[in-house]
Design a protein. Structure first.
Length: 560
């Protein structure tokens, strides 16, 4: 049986999210990083917001590629399985799985206490799918209220019907290692960087049926634990101070078997510590009275009686400017940011445990190295395309420069397959720019370019495809002529986003060409052309700018 205090602490922050006008009477938590074909959980938290209600009917409408494995109800009295049944929803013309929750038990359901509905899901191989949710509070079969939310990420165009979207990642085919912490496993890492003002510690964590403390921030001089990070029985992230005070944090539900990214930013200059989960700051502690990094250490340990947790890509980063690079680099094995630098990174290779950790006076016990399925990938190149009269110049940089063997420029026309049109050997030089030319045949179809990075281990990483074609990329921005209306002259202005050939023509409304103001090459930048309508009758005219990629037309009015 759960303790009432623990339930209250788990949901205290959730209460802050619910408006007293009942316009936000439930909250959904779902994971951000979900492996394709894997299991995961979502949590729906609400309360008996309508005191007269005696039942909550919750309808779940999954996409065909999404399977509901199990549904549990979590209250102060404990956990229980809930059976669902199929029912046709006439309001939405769809068949849903319905669960019915009896709210008459006053020990479990009051207007001041929260309960969770935890749904375990499995996605068939898919890149994305959705789960729709609809809930009714009833009193003796009469609807007295609905589950309602103003969360823009959930709302649909149907009243009281909410949609939760899931996206999935494919794990990297050549997986690295992660550290499995089973009972009595631990890892100590001192933060001995006295000369740094802002230090960030970041890591990926996956919890496997684990509800206990997994990380302590320790003052090594006094042996005092300053902060504890844990997951409680309701799978909510908890942060506790050394005085056993629970800190007020934004609520975070930790699904089992799913990876989460955690960051601790320790700022000596401002005397504060920030805790960040999946890119969102969940709490900030100000006026912290200990800031000698030489006396601080991180202690990962499995103190639970059952269950495990897994850590991957543990990094210490010195922040010299903006901390935004911590989030933009979290999914990459190679860190790249001008305002930060990596002081230490562990990918849990065998030699790291045997040498690097020991050299830093760190210690570990009974860590088990396993293959990782964390959402960590080699960095792909960043590609741009410049257009000239006869060629496309494809430029790229970045990628995993340490492990890249060579790059292949690939091209696809229309719906055809990508084919190789060029190749360059990779050089282990950060920031190096590469370029190759591809002939411009002025084809009417859309053209795609991408870079295939072939690594030394034979794996491949692809850049995003760049589309070239009519209306696909914008190479000209056309403005409104000035003055407008005009008599008899006006200026036509447009901006070219790259060097290109252009035509500027004037037409009447019948489609007859009046004059061509320019036909030829122009450099990137803003250009103005004067149009003199002396001798033309009043009326509406059109000016048209045409490039190899685009045609844009604008109206203007001649008023004599």
């Amino acid at each position: 049986m759960f303790g009432l205090l623990k339930i209250f602490l788990a949901f205290a922050a959730v209460n802050l999210l619910f408006a007293s006008d009942l316009q936000n009477n439930f909250k959904i938590f779902s994971p951000e990083f979900i492996p394709s074909g894997g299991r995961f959980e979502i949590s729906v938290i609400t309360s008996k917001v309508f005191p007269e209600s005696d039942r909550l009917d919750l309808y779940l409408i999954p996409d065909p590629t999404l399977m509901i494995n199990k549904i549990e109800l979590w209250t102060v009295e404990g956990k229980s399985n809930i059976q669902s049944s199929a029912r046709f929803l006439e309001n939405f013309s769809v068949t849903a799985q319905i669960i019915q929750i009896d709210l008459t038990d006053s020990a479990s359901f009051t207007s001041n206490s929260f309960f969770q509905i935890v749904v375990q899901l499995t996605s068939n191989p898919a890149t994305a799918n959705k789960l729709k949710i609809y809930g009714e509070f009833l009193e003796t079969e009469n609807v007295v209220g609905y589950l309602v939310s103003s969360d823009n990420n959930l709302v649909t165009n149907r009243s009281n019907l909410y949609s939760l979207s899931f996206e999935y990642y494919e794990k990297y085919p050549v997986a690295g290692n992660a550290a499995l912490f089973h009972q009595n496993s631990y890892l100590n890492l001192p933060l001995d960087y006295e000369d740094k003002d802002v230090l960030a510690a970041e890591f990926w964590i996956r919890l496997e049926d684990f509800n206990s403390t997994f990380l302590k921030l320790i003052n090594l001089e006094s042996s005092r634990t300053e902060y504890y990070l844990s997951r409680n029985e309701n799978q909510m992230l908890m942060i506790t101070s050394g005085e056993n005070n629970f800190l007020e944090i934004k609520p975070v539900f930790f699904s089992s078997e799913v990876w989460y990214h955690l960051i601790l930013v320790i700022n000596k200059t401002n005397s504060e510590i920030s805790f960040i989960c999946n890119g969102e700051e969940i709490t900030k502690i100000e006026n912290v009275n200990f800031f000698d990094f030489g006396n601080l250490g991180m202690h990962f340990q499995n103190e639970g009686t059952h269950g495990n947790f897994v850590i991957d890509q543990l990094r210490l980063v010195e922040i010299k400017g903006s901390a935004s690079g911590l989030n933009t680099n979290r999914n990459y094995s190679e860190y790249s940011d001008d305002s930060s630098s990596v002081l230490l990174q562990f990918n849990f290779l065998e030699d790291e445990l045997n040498s690097s950790l020991n050299r830093r006076e760190s210690s570990h016990q009974e860590l088990r190295l396993i293959k990782s399925d964390a959402p960590i990938f080699p960095r792909s190149p960043e590609v741009s395309v410049n257009l000239s009269s006869n060629f496309f110049e494809v430029e790229w940089s970045g990628g995993d420069v340490k492990n890249a063997s060579y790059y292949v420029l690939e091209k696809a026309v229309g719906n055809s397959e990508f084919i190789q049109v060029g190749r360059l050997t990779a050089e282990d030089e950060q920031g190096k720019k590469y370029s190759l030319l591809s002939e411009n045949n002025n084809l009417p179809e859309i053209i795609y370019f991408r870079i295939k990075q072939v690594n030394k281990d034979g794996t491949k990483v692809y850049s995003d495809a760049v589309k070239i074609g009519q209306g696909i990329i914008e190479d000209v921005i056309i403005g409104q002529n000035y003055p407008n209306p005009f008599n008899p002259t006006t200026l036509i202005e447009f901006e070219l986003l790259q060097d290109t050939d252009i035509e500027l023509k004037i037409f009447n409304l019948a489609g007859n060409e009046i004059i061509m103001l320019h036909n030829g090459f122009l450099n990137k930048g803003i250009h103005q052309f004067k149009f003199d309508a002396t001798g033309l009758p009043s009326g509406i005219y059109l000016y048209q700018v045409t490039t190899p990629l685009n045609t844009q037309t604008q109206k203007m009015i001649l008023a004599k």
